[in-house]
Design a protein around this ligand. Structure first.
Ligand SMILES: [Zn+2]
Ligand SMILES: [Zn+2]
Length: 275
């Protein structure tokens, strides 16, 4: 039964944090989205936004925390060693990823980054009960009663995973770090997000900027509009903003989206959307 189901944004940027007076309103942290389902906490990506989420959680938690990676590029993972619960011995944290190639595994990837010469302490310093889980993008995950997670592969260098979290007939999709196709809508993504209530979508660039960044693995807000219309999504939320897009720029995107797709929103830190 769904008693409580909402999404909260802790980091909405791509690439690198960009704090400063010109990004105060939309926020400067990199990707981190919280999904609450009843008493359960699901986290999508461990960008720099993860730190503040960790600071407000009540510990110990009677339930495990679930952390899902879209992929493990630095802007999605460097918040993990600054997430306070990883140093809390009785906290259970399940970490999941579906993009790694044969012969790679999530534990090794995380342990490679949280180690010398990139980090001052060994991964063993993370004293929480951490478990690492690899799956294949396209799998469905049934981890919590009443809640289903479906996934699909995204189009990104090194791979990435898109997620659909569904409970009680309501759903939110987290689709970031994907480059759109040039010959129409990406069918795998369309199938995943069809009819969703909230579609969070990689909108790093505008259509005008995109030709300079072909091959970087990102999309545009205009493609988000096209996808949301094709999928009949109830609400589009543009996400993974380029660090050069300041508040005024994103206000302009919002104004253009108000015309192109009424109800669509530019993601900003602290924004909460109920399902
Ligand atoms: Zn990214
Ligand atoms: Zn990436």
């Amino acid at each position: 039964m769904v008693r409580d189901f909402f999404v909260r944004f802790w980091g909405v940027r791509g690439s690198i944090p960009c704090p400063g007076p010109e990004t105060l309103r939309y926020g400067g942290n990199t990707s981190c989205v919280e999904v609450r389902f009843n008493e359960h906490l699901l986290i999508f990506d461990a960008g720099s936004g993860l730190k503040r989420l960790g600071d407000v959680l009540t510990l110990p938690s009677p339930h495990p925390f679930y952390l899902f990676f879209s992929h493990t590029h630095l802007d999605h993972i460097y918040g993990l060693p600054f997430f306070a619960p990883v140093y809390h011995p009785t906290t259970q944290i399940q970490v999941w990823a579906g993009h790694l190639a044969e012969g790679q595994d999530l534990r090794s990837v995380v342990h490679r980054i949280i180690a010398h010469p990139f980090f001052p302490v060994d991964p063993e310093a993370m004293s929480a009960q951490l478990s690492f889980h690899d799956f294949r993008a396209g799998d469905s995950l049934q981890l919590i009663e009443g809640l289903t997670i479906r996934t699909a592969p995204l189009h990104h260098p090194g791979g990435a995973t898109g997620y659909r979290v569904e409970a009680g007939g309501r759903s939110v999709c987290y689709i970031t770090d994907t480059e759109h196709r040039h010959d129409g809508i990406d069918q795998a993504i369309l199938d995943l997000v069809r009819g969703t209530d909230i579609l969070i979508y990689d909108s790093t660039y505008t259509d005008e900027e995109y030709p300079r960044f072909v091959g970087w693995g990102h999309s545009t807000w205009q493609e988000g509009v096209r996808l949301a219309k094709a999928a009949q999504a109830r609400m589009l939320v543009t996400f993974h903003h380029d660090p050069t897009h300041d508040d005024d720029f994103l206000d302009q995107v919002q104004a253009e989206m108000d015309i192109a797709l009424p109800g669509a929103r530019v993601a900003r830190e602290g924004m909460v959307l109920r399902l």
